[in-house]
Design a protein around this ligand. Structure first.
Ligand code: FES
Length: 107
């Protein structure tokens, strides 16, 4: 399916410092909205695939997030696992910034 303009939902202000993140609710789903060290905003599922705990407070390393519970690392761009103990990736949502607002496609 082609992404249309209507698919992006407002997800709060683009006010995160580099390497910071916070959990925001978009279209009824909790997501981890993060600003990578590259300055780009990303959004991934807020729940870690290892033990279903929250990624909130996880350290941002480059363009990845490290789960604060057991250290699994996920790519913020793709949601793929980059480090154990998780085996499965998490959902990564299309994200962009429009007029200082983070916009996320909740899929
Ligand atoms: S809950 Fe995230 S690594 Fe265990």
């Amino acid at each position: 399916m082609t992404q249309t303009e209507a698919g992006f939902q407002p997800a709060g202000p683009a006010n995160l410092a580099l390497g910071k993140s916070e959990v925001r609710t978009v279209a009824g789903r909790e997501m981890l909205v993060a600003r990578g060290q590259d300055g780009i905003y990303y959004a991934v599922a807020s729940q870690c695939s290892h033990a279903a705990l929250s990624l909130e407070g996880g350290r941002i390393r480059g363009t990845s997030v490290v789960c604060p519970h057991h250290g699994a690392r996920f790519c913020l761009k793709t949601g793929k696992v980059l480090g154990p103990p998780a085996h499965e990736g998490i959902v990564a949502y299309p994200t962009r910034v429009e007029e200082n607002e983070v916009m996320i496609w909740p899929l």
